[in-house]
Design a protein around this ligand. Structure first.
Ligand SMILES: [Zn+2]
Ligand SMILES: [Zn+2]
Length: 226
């Protein structure tokens, strides 16, 4: 449930500078934070790192959405280093950096405020994973879905962050993965239909879930966090 911590929204709103259509602008955000960005070949495993206040993004990662997420994750570390997340400990730092990054890439309140028109603009696979993360985290109980072949756990996100979390089973078993509910591409979302069928009184997260998540033969899996 902590991925939905409202303090993350406050922090993200404070540092996030967007491009004209609302996507996170790494360049302008870096400028606001007083850090520089460089692009370099970092191999196949490292997406980004921070060296002496310079955020280095892996130019070998082709997906612009993934680079924006990687940048936001590094900003998360930077904010922790600057003391903006005093609740983050050495043990929990990676989680907070990830959760902050999701919030920074696609603010959760856009879903809460029914900013549906933003969704089709965020159809890069990494961005869809973030939308999926918002959908599954703190819904009723946190749940697990898949976005293409990526497991999205409401507690962990796209990688396992809690030892012993239920999502581990799905990450290591192809058949189990395919039994999960899956999220359709945000570009397929019919915004007009969504507006038409979901009255203001309905929970916007439930409304979006009904439009975007394809049911699976198995029931939803609740996960718990420490
Ligand atoms: Zn990290
Ligand atoms: Zn998990």
């Amino acid at each position: 449930m902590v991925a939905t911590d409202p303090r993350l929204a406050v922090l993200a709103e404070d540092v996030r500078v967007s491009d004209p259509i609302g996507r996170l602008s790494p360049e302008r955000t870096a400028e606001r934070l007083g850090v520089r960005i460089r692009h370099a070949a970092l191999g196949v495993h490292v997406e980004a790192l921070t060296v002496d206040g310079v955020i280095v993004l892996n130019e070998q990662f082709r997906s612009p959405g993934r680079r924006r997420f990687a940048f936001a994750h590094e900003v998360g570390h930077l904010l922790i280093e600057r003391g903006s997340m005093p609740w983050a400990t050495r043990r929990t730092e990676e989680r907070w950096a990830d959760w902050f990054a999701h919030e920074c890439v696609f603010p959760r309140h856009w879903l809460h405020d029914r900013r549906w028109e933003q969704l089709p603009l965020f159809d890069d696979s990494a961005e869809r994973e973030t939308v999926g993360m918002h959908l599954v985290s703190g819904r009723h109980a946190d749940t697990i879905i898949r976005v293409d072949d990526t497991i999205i756990c409401g507690a962990c996100g796209d990688r396992q962050l809690f030892a012993g979390c239920e999502c581990d089973h799905y990450r290591s078993d192809r058949e189990a993965l395919e039994s999960l509910p899956s999220m359709r591409p945000t570009s397929e979302l019919n915004v007009n239909q969504l507006r038409l069928f979901d009255a203001q009184a309905t929970d916007p997260f439930d409304a979006l879930w009904r439009h975007l998540v394809v049911a699976s033969p198995t029931k939803l899996i609740a996960v718990s966090t420490d």
